[in-house]
Design a protein around this ligand. Structure first.
Ligand code: DAT
Ligand code: MG
Length: 148
């Protein structure tokens, strides 16, 4: 089953949005396969955002991610990468549809509350980076009530 890496950024944690965000993924029917509150250092944040290292906003992005604890999660389910991105909304909250997490809870691109992997391949890399300890292996007993 497909997995994605979802991270509630420091603003989401500070603003008390952790429960709301987890609830949206849970209620959709996705399964939580990893969860931790963690503060990361600069070199770790730079590794996570390595693909963006040439961008002018890179330093500000790294400062933001290391400015407080984040909630790192693995979510599992059919098409969870693509659907997870839809639940999150467009990168710039000015363009995120209402009903999405960024559309409902964010205004500025540099405070957009949440990260989600953009492909199955980045999800694999991000999960390996953030969860080097093998995540718990469990299956939800609700499976037949969510999948046909
Ligand atoms: P996403 O987080 O939607 O996958 P991304 O991977 O392109 O977007 O960029 C990572 C983060 O960097 C994004 O959540 C917010 C920030 N960012 C992206 N584009 C930016 C821009 N043009 N100006 C400032 N920050 C930006
Ligand atoms: Mg991205």
């Amino acid at each position: 089953m497909e997995q994605t890496f979802i991270m509630i950024k420091p603003d989401g944690v500070q603003r008390g949005l952790v429960g709301e965000i987890i609830g949206r993924f849970e209620k959709k029917g996705f399964n939580l396969k990893g969860l931790k509150l963690i503060s990361v250092d600069r070199s770790f944040a730079e590794k996570h955002y390595a693909d963006l290292s040439a961008k002018p906003f890179f330093n500000g992005l790294v400062e933001y991610i290391i400015s407080g604890p984040v909630v790192a999660m693995i979510w599992e389910g059919k098409n969870v990468v693509t659907t997870g991105r839809k639940i999150i909304g467009a990168t710039n909250p000015a363009e995120s549809a209402p009903g999405t997490i960024r559309g409902d809870f964010a205004i500025d691109i540099g405070r957009n509350v949440i990260h989600g992997s953009d492909s199955v391949e980045s999800a694999r890399k991000e999960i390996a980076l953030w969860f080097p300890e093998c995540p718990v292996n469990w299956q939800s007993s609700l499976h037949p009530w969510i999948y046909e």
